[in-house]
Design a protein around this ligand. Structure first.
Ligand SMILES: Nc1nc2c(c(=O)[nH]1)N[C@H]1C(S)=C(S)[C@@H](COP(=O)(O)O)O[C@H]1N2
Ligand SMILES: [Mo]
Length: 247
């Protein structure tokens, strides 16, 4: 049984370009580098979680009554980037989110364009590595829909997301195309507040809070992240946090 499901899993994984990560004998090429023992445990955590989660891929969702009365805000809560300030003053009417890289049709989406796409609302538990958690309701368009509408090329393996306050991160296609990975413009039934990342933030529900970037500035599809930053896949992994932050 283990054999069959493992084979099924590997077929699925190779479709998403993950096989080199899971096969165990091939070097990780093009992916974030994970040097030393720490890197090995990171890779094993990724592979183990993906295996354990194969039959229950969705993060738990809660009823609206479970939404926390207070959802903390942390780190950047009002970016001082001048372009952001100007855009905020217009109610983000001039805001654009460029999607570029390995896509057939690079597109810059307005907030109205994202809101016109199919929406998903999910009430989920957010866990911050700094020791707190809270339940929030998020509304937005699945990232998979946005990428599909731009024509994601088959060579794409990572989605790199940059923000207005200098945070950036990357996601493999397993997470980027996951149904609960959304570009959220709404929180708890209203517009996404500035302190929580307006006009649009990412929600990646099966990873720690730091992977859910706020204040999105651009999205790029790539086949590797080794040429970006120090090649470790994210700003926080350059600081020593793990790139894969599965919970
Ligand atoms: N651009 C950006 N994204 C970010 C952060 C940030 O400071 N800037 N903080 C991260 C961390 S560590 C957490 S826990 C959540 C916090 O989101 P919140 O302020 O809405 O609670 O956003 C994440 N995304
Ligand atoms: Mo966090």
């Amino acid at each position: 049984m283990a054999d069959i499901s493992r084979r099924g899993w590997l077929v699925g994984a190779s479709t998403l370009g993950l096989a080199p990560w899971l096969g165990g004998c091939e070097p990780i090429e093009g992916g974030p580098s994970r040097p030393g023992l720490y890197g090995l445990s990171d890779t094993l955590t990724l592979a183990t979680q993906r295996f354990l989660l194969r039959d229950q891929p969705l993060a738990r969702e809660f009823p609206p009554e479970a939404i926390s009365k207070i959802f903390p805000t942390i780190n950047t809560t009002d970016p001082d980037n001048p372009d952001y300030r100007r855009s905020k003053a217009t109610g983000f009417s001039d805001w654009r989110l460029p999607v570029s890289g390995l896509v057939e049709r690079p597109t810059a989406f307005s907030l109205a364009a994202l809101k016109a796409m199919p929406a998903r609302t999910q009430v989920t538990l957010h866990s911050c590595e700094q020791g707190w958690s809270a339940i929030g309701g998020w509304t937005g368009v699945p990232l998979s829909h946005v990428l599909a509408s731009c024509g994601l090329k088959p060579e794409a393996r990572f989605i790199v997301i940059r923000t207005v306050d200098g945070w950036w991160d990357s996601y493999d296609l397993f997470d980027a195309l996951h149904p609960q990975t959304i570009l959220a413009y709404g929180m708890n039934g209203g517009d996404l507040p500035v302190a929580h990342g307006a006009p649009v933030r990412l929600r990646v529900e099966r990873q720690l809070g730091y992977k859910s970037l706020k204040y999105l500035a651009s999205i790029e599809a790539t086949d590797r992240v080794s040429g970006i930053g120090q090649g470790r896949g994210s700003m926080v992994s350059q600081l020593g946090f793990s790139w894969y932050a599965g919970i």
